[in-house]
Design a protein around this ligand. Structure first.
Ligand code: HEM
Length: 324
């Protein structure tokens, strides 16, 4: 009898597939480089710290790089690969993602101590954590062992990166498609407490919202005046702080106060409170003391596991911007 002709053998096959999936997920471990490159993770931390000491705004940039990597083809450093049809040229990335030079510098320093061992994908995950810690955010242990992909696609990035104009259901389903919950969505969006946005992404909310109202009525009217002053109609290049009430590198749960008050920049931020499940997480993060920092570490670890390449899949790039 053929092996797949009985239900019990089908079940065995299914079990084996599930076991392989479980093992490949389990392959990310905190101690991955303990024997292979003991000084690797510390070299990443040291290099991130020295860059951020010179320019604190690099911290949000490095955090966002890891997010944009993980949401397209998983956390495989595909966002770093050069090529005009690659992710760097996607609408949400071009003229917007920053920090590539920091990653290249980290990679060169890590290669100098352990050639061909530490993946660019792990460097992105470690650098995001180190960046958050450098500006006073939560510390968490990064599971390691990711390998690097060899494909980068602008079209896939356009399809997978959520838009600043997205509504709650779209955001929820994009995150769900990556194995992330509404809690993860709300908690990770708390990253918008730091960093910059271009006036380009504010234009429609301020000047061209829909056919009946020019300015999004969800925005606090006083905040609208401030924003219109900073971002004039047609201005696509000026950078404004994500949290206008704080410095660009203040890591705190104030984002949630902003969301509640109609003072968060994007429709995607505002939408988090337009659904009862989202609102309850927003309110919980807005409590004092806030559970934000602890929750953030847990959600980052989850995000860092999306679609990872492990074992013998992919490669360890020698340079992060090109495949070997
Ligand atoms: C929920 C869906 C999200 C949307 C629609 C979104 C959208 C955006 C947009 C439009 C910007 C401004 C980019 C620019 O104008 O150049 C931005 C900035 C930023 N985002 Fe998000 N984002 C989302 C989730 C996240 C997540 C999950 C993280 C991190 C885990 C994150 C971290 C950041 C950071 C740190 C910045 C500032 C970057 C900088 O200063 O260079 N965002 N985001």
């Amino acid at each position: 009898m053929a092996w797949n002709s009985t239900p019990s053998k089908w079940l065995l096959g299914l079990f084996l597939v599930l076991a392989v999936v479980a093992v490949s997920e389990a392959q990310l471990v905190d101690t991955f480089y303990k024997l292979k490159c003991p000084g690797g993770p510390a070299k990443v931390t040291q290099t991130v710290r020295s860059w951020i000491a010179k320019d604190r705004t690099l911290a949000p940039a490095l955090l966002r790089l890891h997010f944009h990597d993980c949401f397209v083809r998983g956390c495989d450093a595909s966002v770093l690969l050069d090529g005009t049809s690659g992710e760097k040229f996607a609408a949400g990335n071009e003229n917007s993602l920053r920090g590539f030079n920091v990653i290249d510098d980290i990679k060169a320093k890590v290669e100098a101590i352990c050639p061909g061992v530490v993946s660019c994908a792990d460097i992105l995950a470690l650098a995001a954590r180190d960046a958050v810690v450098a500006i006073g955010g939560t510390n968490y242990t990064v599971p390691l062992g990711r390998r690097d992909g060899i494909v980068t696609s602008k079209a896939e990035a356009d399809a997978n990166l959520p838009s600043f104009a997205a509504n709650f259901n779209t955001l929820k389903s994009v995150f769900a498609s990556k194995g992330l919950s509404v809690t993860d969505l709300v908690v990770l969006s708390g990253s918008h407490t730091v960093g910059f946005a271009h006036c380009a992404v504010m234009q429609s909310r301020l000047y061209n919202f829909n056919s009946s109202v020019k300015t999004d009525p969800a925005l606090d009217p006083t905040f609208v005046l401030t924003l219109k002053n900073l971002c004039k109609q047609g201005d696509t290049t000026t950078l404004i702080k994500m949290d206008l009430s704080k410095s660009v590198d203040t890591w705190d749960p104030n984002y949630y106060t902003n969301v509640i008050r109609g003072r968060a920049l994007f429709t995607s931020d505002d939408q988090l409170k337009r659904n009862s499940a989202g609102l309850s997480v927003v309110q919980s993060m807005n409590q004092s003391p806030s559970p934000f920092n602890k929750a953030f570490g847990a959600s980052m670890i989850k995000m860092g596991r999306i679609g990872v390449l492990t074992g013998t899949s992919g490669q360890i790039r020698k340079k992060c911007n090109v495949k070997n």
